[in-house]
Design a protein. Structure first.
Ligand SMILES: CC(C)(COP(=O)(O)OP(=O)(O)OC[C@H]1O[C@@H](n2cnc3c(N)ncnc32)[C@H](O)[C@@H]1OP(=O)(O)O)[C@@H](O)C(=O)NCCC(=O)NCCS
Length: 318
């Protein structure tokens, strides 16, 4: 038995903040941001708009696109680093908002790799026969942990949510073929928040050594991409579409180049969304699905790297 992706959905807050707008409050420019990152704009949640609200909207869209109701879902897994509250989990808030009292729901925290981690957890629960259908969501309100005076970080991130419904299938060849997760906690000082529940009692803001993170990202992503191919015996040319975490266009182009893959086989949304951490892959995936770029039988490679460091990859036959 395998787990396949039945449907996807997404949600983006209404407010769009352009690079030009940011350059009015911090010393930066559209030219610098586009050249170094590829980001042109990001969506920012409204006051009072929380991660669970965005997660629920994305979940509803995925349910509708899959012609399902909450009664058809056995479990909810939300990948997030920016939960509404310390507890309960965002996932149980989504469960309640959807009117579900059956099944179970929990959050996964692996920062920008969160969605690959959450899909891997859900895949394990399905292939072990524990559940048949899991609503997997990546949702973030990154704007809540940004120092809006720090030009190094505030230009990079955005808010949003994406969802995918994973379900058991016996169809030959379809579904998640392999997943590979890694972490290395020694690099904490390169990417972290300067606060938290048990340390300062405040969420803190993102602190980052950009150049160092960049170097690690390129190496880590090359490793997990190689692992996914080695585990399945596929060649880079077998991949129909690369759905990477959306942190920096230069990092994405580096991975595509390593795979000798033309950019028209790569899903890029960071120009419009910025880095939405755990929401970036499901947002990109839904963008590709809704634009008709994902066809039955396609081989998709998902990969991400983020704070922790955490990194991972996943190959799925659509
Ligand atoms: C952050 C990042 C875009 C910076 O690009 P970079 O080419 O490495 O730039 P540097 O950090 O070396 O900074 C170069 C200069 O630009 C300046 N700068 C930094 N942010 C700036 C901004 N928003 N606008 C204008 N100038 C900026 C720096 O202060 C530095 O100035 P200096 O040379 O006078 O010291 C890049 O390192 C990156 O994307 N790293 C990975 C980050 C990431 O993916 N994080 C999330 C992982 S999930």
């Amino acid at each position: 038995m395998r787990a396949c992706i039945r449907s996807t959905g997404s949600y983006l807050p209404a407010r769009v903040v352009t690079n030009a707008e940011l350059s009015k409050t911090v010393e930066t420019s559209d030219e610098w941001i586009v050249q170094r990152t590829g980001i042109k704009q990001r969506h920012i949640a409204a006051e009072g708009e929380l991660t669970s609200h965005m997660a629920t909207a994305a979940a509803r869209a995925a349910l509708e696109n899959g012609k399902l109701t909450p009664a058809d879902i056995d479990a909810i897994v939300v990948a997030t680093t920016t939960p509404d509250d310390t507890f309960p989990a965002v996932a149980v808030k989504v469960q309640a908002a959807l009117g579900m009292t059956h099944g179970f729901a929990f959050d996964v925290q692996a920062v920008c790799s969160g969605f690959v981690y959450a899909l891997t957890v859900a895949n394990g629960m399905i292939t072990s026969g524990q559940v048949r259908r899991v609503l997997v969501i990546g949702a973030e309100k990154m704007s809540s942990i940004l120092d809006w005076n720090d030009r190094i970080t505030c230009v990079l991130f955005g808010d949003g949510a994406g969802a995918a419904i994973l379900e058991a299938t016996e169809e030959e060849g379809r579904g998640i073929l392999t997943t590979h997760l890694h972490s290395d906690g020694r690099h904490r000082d390169l990417l972290y928040t300067n606060g938290g529940v048990a340390s300062t009692g405040k969420a803190g803001t993102i602190q980052m050594q950009g150049r160092e993170v960049f170097k690690h990202a390129v190496e880590a992503l090359a490793q997990v991409v190689d692992e996914a191919l080695a585990a399945t015996g596929y060649k880079p040319s077998d991949i129909s579409l690369l759905v990477p975490h959306q942190a920096n266009l230069r990092i994405i182009e580096g991975t595509a180049k390593k795979l000798d893959m033309p950019m028209d086989k790569v899903v890029v949304t960071l120009d419009r969304h910025g880095n939405t951490s755990a929401a970036s892959i499901p947002l990109a995936l839904h963008d590709a699905v809704s634009n008709g770029r994902v066809k039955r039988g396609y081989l998709l490679l998902l990969e991400a790297m983020g704070g922790g460091f955490t990194w991972g990859s996943l190959l799925v036959r659509w």
